[in-house]
Design a protein around this ligand. Structure first.
Ligand code: COI
Length: 327
């Protein structure tokens, strides 16, 4: 099978080569984001692989199908950038990656600690030799109630870490997990909004979760609530979240993701005029910590993402079932 890998980062290249040669896959690599402008590159390939910036909508999938592409892997856990229904109708098989929950969970807890201990404004002060403490008083996790929206693998790992800190944990989830129930209390979103000092999002982006953090849900939260988002930017209505920061209803915010981050995050845009006004405006607040979608970015996870990106193509071609298949 011949596959073209898009969005390949330097740190992925040797791994793609290694796993491809081990599984007899002929892999070519491109740094480009796949779009209608460059879809002609895929002519003659049976398969492609992308990360999360290529928007595989119906138009692009149709063009891929016309070029003979039958298999797609996304080297990401999330698959909100792929129109799965269109892929199914076109007979294209799609598979996503899996990687351990630890990297993202640890990053989410790091963001909690950064905002709780005023790390960002302290860093600003240190840069100008201001060693004063005024305004830098923190809070401790063990005295807080943390609400986890989404009790899947990452939410559960976050709960386990927070349990070690002694925090009270509330979790809302469609599925029940006995082990999680030993350290967290299951409840509905409304109770999480009403009782949590800090709320962390660990949900996929679906039509029913899009913009779930909005003026209405923020109004139900405690004054000074802290929000942590390492999942997807589109879970938040950013205009209404920004209003929450401006009015101080939201006490602090940490976001590793941002709506319309594609083309900005993971690129050096130092000399460019950025068009994402919300992103640039929010970044200025001392109580807003923003990171460029890097919670996933650990050596362990990258290895797993590439492994899945290569091996799921091979498995799909052989007709083998893989638990990672989404179509
Ligand atoms: C994911 O795996 O879903 C991520 O968020 C990682 C990123 C490379 C898109």
């Amino acid at each position: 099978m011949k596959a073209l890998f898009f969005e390949t980062r330097q740190d992925e290249k040797a791994l793609i080569g290694q796993y491809a040669s081990e599984s007899d896959l002929s892999a070519n690599l491109s740094d480009e984001i796949l779009s209608m402008e460059n879809v002609s590159l895929t002519a003659g390939y049976d398969a492609i692989s992308t990360l999360g910036q290529s928007k595989l909508n119906r138009e692009l999938l149709t063009a891929l199908s016309d070029n003979g592409v039958k298999y797609i892997t996304t080297r990401t856990v999330g698959f909100d950038h792929i129109d799965l229904q269109a892929a199914k109708e076109l007979g294209i098989k799609v598979c996503r990656a899996e990687y351990p929950a630890d990297g993202v969970a640890e990053f989410a807890v790091m963001q909690m600690l950064l905002v709780l201990r005023c790390y960002k404004p302290m860093l600003w002060r240190l840069n100008v030799n201001d060693y004063s403490l005024a305004g830098m008083m923190g809070r401790e996790l063990h005295s807080m109630t943390v609400g986890i929206l989404g009790g899947g693998r990452i939410g559960k790992r976050v709960a386990k870490i927070l349990h070690g800190f002694g925090a009270k944990i509330l979790v809302s989830s469609l599925e029940h997990d006995d082990e999680l129930a030993l350290i967290a209390e299951y409840c509905d979103n409304e109770r999480i909004y009403a009782e949590s000092d800090m709320i962390t999002l660990h949900l996929p982006l679906l039509p029913e979760t899009r913009y779930m953090i909005n003026a209405e849900t923020i109004a139900q939260m405690k004054d000074g609530v802290i929000l942590i988002n390492t999942a997807r930017g589109e879970l938040m209505n950013i205009e209404e979240v920004t209003r929450g920061i401006e009015t101080e209803k939201i006490g602090a915010l940490a976001m590793d993701v941002f709506e319309n981050e594609q083309g900005i995050y993971h690129a050096d845009r130092r000399l460019d005029i950025l068009q994402n006004k919300d992103m640039v405006y929010l970044r200025q607040f001392p109580n807003v910590v923003m990171t460029p979608h890097m919670a996933f970015y650990t050596a362990e996870n990258v290895r797993s993402m590439v492994y899945c990106g290569v091996n799921c193509l091979v498995q799909m071609e052989k007709g083998e079932k893989t638990h990672l298949r989404v179509v």
